[in-house]
Design a protein around this ligand. Structure first.
Ligand SMILES: Cc1cc2nc3c(=O)[nH]c(=O)nc-3n(C[C@H](O)[C@H](O)[C@H](O)COP(=O)(O)OP(=O)(O)OC[C@H]3O[C@@H](n4cnc5c(N)ncnc54)[C@H](O)[C@@H]3O)c2cc1C
Length: 451
């Protein structure tokens, strides 16, 4: 297998490190890559959509799993799929939607692999109803440090360490996933505006249970009485009878069409996303949203993955890249959320990609991120002066409120805060020490946070 030493980064393009990139095409090649990964160890990588350093390994091996991308079996009656871990959710949608099935959980991009979805135990707009991705995994095959391939099922310590375990228990080779039945490939969407943060939280708390999918875009540059103003979009898969009779969509209700604009240029000047440009964008975005609209039909890409329409959109942050900061605080800690939102808008962080969501029940993964409560995610240019110190202060606030930051987005958390944020951390470390005593599986994230 050819292995080039190349710079590897996360989606935020901060902190690139050089690693030997290996792309196994068979399970045997994957096993050989693990056996031969050398003193600096190895880590599995999917489509590199984790924002930070989770799928990087400075000086060691990175196993690009996208070469293992076969869909092995679909149970079109029972609604399950068995596939390689390198299959993307995009590919699954192409294959499954015409059969009337949808992935159980999708993040804000469909260009993630099944392995990455389990490794980070991703959540979607339906977390309050459906939980995270791993809740829908019926079993998986895991290549562990001793070279064995183990079948791992929910309810076992190895499953709970692997779901959200950031690739550190081994390489996921295949997974069997339970699917969501749909009658059409369209979404029926309600949109409404909320004038400020309290208004937004009240709307989410009062009516989220009526919707399978729910998320709010929040204007973090708005200040004063408008602090936390937002646009909520909520909906569900449209039933067949919601499609206009005689229309094209009714004729082919399960078709899945995507379109892509030209890619963002490879060089974008620093400072393009200034407070002024982002402030203008946010103002327009808020004002163009309807005050209240119900029942709009939207295609899946428009509802779930609007950013996927622009390849390499992450380049718009310029050479220094960007940080995505995502945290969750529990119900009852709305005071902390209010303080953090006020601090961010007071600091005038130029963030146009900021979303607030209400999580449902926690998931069984020991390092899974979601806990019942409020999660806020925002993108910030890494070049913003004083950003590191500011985010450190937010970490303290989050940890003090019993909350946590999301490891799949992280590139800068200090390790001393981790145990307070993830109470099962010691169990995770103990399982790894037993399963992988030589520390074969390691990443930049794992070294930085002593995982
Ligand atoms: C635009 C955008 C929107 C996003 N929205 C959301 C969201 O709504 N919700 C959410 O939860 N996340 C979201 N994310 C984050 C993304 O879903 C996760 O980071 C996901 O893990 C990326 O999958 P990947 O295939 O790109 O994996 P990578 O980024 O390559 O790797 C992520 C982690 O998974 C591990 N991994 C990958 N493949 C395997 C394997 N075969 N075996 C073992 N471990 C493996 C890696 O070691 C690493 O720790 C978003 C990211 C982007 C860019």
């Amino acid at each position: 297998m050819p292995a080039d030493t190349v710079p590897v980064t996360g989606w935020g393009r901060t902190a690139p490190t050089a690693a030997r990139l290996i792309r196994p095409r068979t399970y045997e090649e994957a096993a050989r890559a693990v056996r031969e990964c050398g003193a600096r160890g190895g880590i599995a990588r999917g489509l590199g959509r984790a924002y930070g350093d989770a799928a990087q390994n400075a000086g060691g091996a990175v196993l690009d799993m996208t070469g293992l991308d076969r869909v092995h079996a679909i149970d079109a009656d029972g609604g399950t799929v068995l596939c390689d871990a390198g299959v993307s959710l995009h590919r699954l949608m192409e294959v499954l939607l015409p059969l009337g099935w949808f992935v159980p959980v999708t993040p804000g991009t469909r260009y993630v692999t099944v392995g990455g979805a389990i490794g980070a135990d991703i959540h979607g707009k339906n977390h309050h109803v459906s939980g995270s991705f791993s809740r829908h995994v019926l079993s998986l095959e895991l290549l562990t440090a001793d070279g064995r391939v183990r079948t791992v099922v929910p309810g076992t310590p190895l499953f709970e360490a692997t779901a959200g375990g950031m690739g550190l228990t081994g390489v996921i080779l295949t997974a069997t996933v339970r699917l969501q039945p749909v009658e059409t490939s369209l979404m029926r969407v309600d949109t409404e505006r909320a004038g400020d943060l309290d208004d937004l939280m009240a709307r989410l708390a009062d009516t989220d249970h009526r919707y399978r999918y729910s998320v709010a875009w929040i204007d973090l540059l708005a200040r004063g009485r408008a602090t936390g103003r937002a646009v909520l979009t909520r909906g569900d898969h449209a039933p067949l009878d919601a499609l206009p009779r005689g229309g094209r969509a009714r004729g082919e209700p399960l078709s899945f069409r995507t379109s892509r604009l030209p890619a963002a240029p490879s060089f974008v000047p620093e400072g393009l996303l200034s407070r002024t440009t982002v402030g203008l964008f946010n103002e327009l975005w808020y004002r163009k949203a309807p005050r209240a609209r119900t029942g709009q039909l939207q295609r899946i890409p428009a509802f779930f993955h609007p950013l996927d329409g622009v390849p390499h959109w992450n380049r718009v942050y310029g050479r220094s890249g960007f940080v995505q900061y995502q945290f969750v605080v529990g119900h009852g800690r709305e005071d902390a959320l209010r303080r953090i939102v006020r601090r961010i808008s007071g600091r005038r962080c130029p963030s146009f990609l900021a979303v607030l969501k209400r999580f449902g029940e926690a998931d069984p993964g020991w390092l899974s991120f979601p806990v019942p409560g409020w999660t806020l995610a925002l993108d910030v240019p890494a070049s913003l002066p004083g950003l590191g110190g500011f985010l450190d202060e937010l970490d303290e606030e989050v940890a003090g409120a019993g909350g946590r930051v999301y490891l799949a987005k992280d590139s800068r958390l200090r390790p001393e805060l981790l145990a307070a944020m993830y109470p099962r951390l010691d169990d995770f470390r103990a399982l790894r020490a037993e399963l992988d005593p030589r520390g074969v599986f390691v990443s930049d994230l794992a070294r930085r946070l002593h995982l």
